[in-house]
Ligand binder design. Structure first.
Ligand SMILES: Nc1nc2c(c(=O)[nH]1)N[C@H]1C(S)=C(S)[C@@H](COP(=O)(O)O)O[C@H]1N2
Ligand SMILES: [Mo]
Length: 373
């Protein structure tokens, strides 16, 4: 989280941008975070801060909020499971913690990650490349809770409601942040109702006390500050389901934002870095919501694609580290591009795919470094 609160990391007043000194909870952002908005808090990880192993330190996990983070009294809080169910449930944190716990390494990526590169500019937060991160989430399987509530035969759709609320364009009054999944998807998605992130209680900015984590989908599916799960017999038409989070190409071609598109990110070397001539290690991460990563390739100065080595742990829904040892012999500016391909053969376009809201930009990243003569 960009707020330092629960993470126990040192407070540093400066983020990489001209960051406001505090977020909406009065906390200073952690070092290496780029704050787009303080209230509600929206911040991303700067690429040099994107270091680490399988998971990111919680303090450097991007935060994307549509409304101000709600303050929830966890002792009074209940997760309600209602609507078309045989057995409505109201589960407190204590009851959830006594159900079988599961942990999963899952990468969350905002659908707007990389929006800054769209030309002409698209509406929305101008996320660079750091609105993506990976954590180990622990909680109860969503399928297990749905089983306990026993869906009635007419149930088709599952609506997840967050406690946060506010006003949006084109809808009367205040609305809550709500998203839905088809019931079959909800059961098969391996989604978690998570109360813990990287082994600690979920921080406020990431949805305390409970959030949904839907592996492989863009982050908007993973509803934070969850209060209600409601089963319905029809398509949900809430604002964040039908008015936004659609790819709009022209007047009539639309499709909903669902699975994360395949993408590689170069974490090393950094853009603008100065390097001595000779051996260099190019390193980064890659992920895809559609299928496991099959291949990552790197091209130096627009030359032939060289195959990188996939390294470290494999987690189906966590990003995959990769590296390539290469030689930079040409003095001056050198271009490094990376391209991931998943097992279904999906790969990355050279240029950002444009759509009105700037979602799903998985264009190949280009890093420019300076090689000393
Ligand atoms: N209740 C609620 N859940 C939410 C959001 C929100 O604004 N409110 N933002 C969504 C979006 S768009 C993203 S990308 C992820 C971001 O999760 P993070 O802030 O933990 O990184 O949360 C999703 N869940
Ligand atoms: Mo998002």
């Amino acid at each position: 989280m960009c707020a330092w609160a629960a993470a126990g990391l040192p407070v540093l007043a400066q983020a990489a941008s001209a960051a406001p000194p505090q977020d909406d909870q009065g906390h200073a952002p952690a070092q290496g975070m780029v704050v787009h908005r303080a209230d509600p808090l929206n911040c991303e990880t700067s690429i040099p801060a994107l270091i680490g192993g399988v998971v990111m330190p919680t303090a450097r996990f991007y935060v994307r909020n549509h409304f101000r983070a709600p303050a929830i009294d966890a002792s009074a809080w209940r997760l309600e499971v209602t609507g078309l169910v045989e057995r409505p449930l109201a589960l407190g944190l204590h009851e959830l913690s006594r159900m079988p716990a599961e942990s999963r390494v899952v990468t969350l990526e905002c659908a707007g990650n990389g929006r800054y590169a769209l030309d002409p500019p698209a509406d929305g937060e101008p996320w660079r490349l750091g609105a993506v991160s990976t954590a180990e989430w622990t909680g109860v399987s969503l399928a297990e809770v749905l089983d306990q509530a026993r869906a009635l035969p007419a149930a088709r759709e599952v609506v997840f409601r967050g406690a946060d609320h506010g006003v949006v364009a084109g809808r009367p009054g205040e609305i809550h942040f709500e998203r839905s999944l088809a019931l079959d998807t909800a059961r098969d998605s391996q989604a978690l109702l998570a109360y813990s992130m990287n082994g600690e209680a979920l921080p406020l900015q990431h949805g305390y006390p409970l959030r949904l984590v839907v592996p492989g989908r863009y982050g908007v599916a993973s509803v934070k500050w969850l209060t209600t799960i409601k089963l319905a017999d029809r398509r949900f038409d809430g604002y964040f389901q039908t008015d936004t989070y659609w790819y709009e190409h022209d007047g009539n071609r639309r499709e909903p934002v669902t699975l994360q598109r395949v993408r590689a990110l170069v974490t090393d070397p950094g853009d603008g870095e100065e390097l001595p001539p000779g051996e260099t290690t190019v390193r980064g991460v890659a992920w895809s919501g559609t299928a496991p990563i099959a291949d990552v390739e790197v091209s130096i100065n627009h030359g032939p694609w060289q195959q990188a080595r996939l390294i470290g742990d494999h987690h189906r829904h966590g990003w995959q580290w990769w590296e390539l040892f290469t030689n930079l012999t040409q003095p001056g500016t050198n271009s490094i591009r990376a391209k991931a391909t998943d097992l279904t053969g999906h790969t990355q376009p050279a240029r950002p795919p444009w759509n009105r809201h700037g979602y799903g930009n998985n264009a190949m990243q280009e890093v420019l470094v300076q090689v000393a003569p």
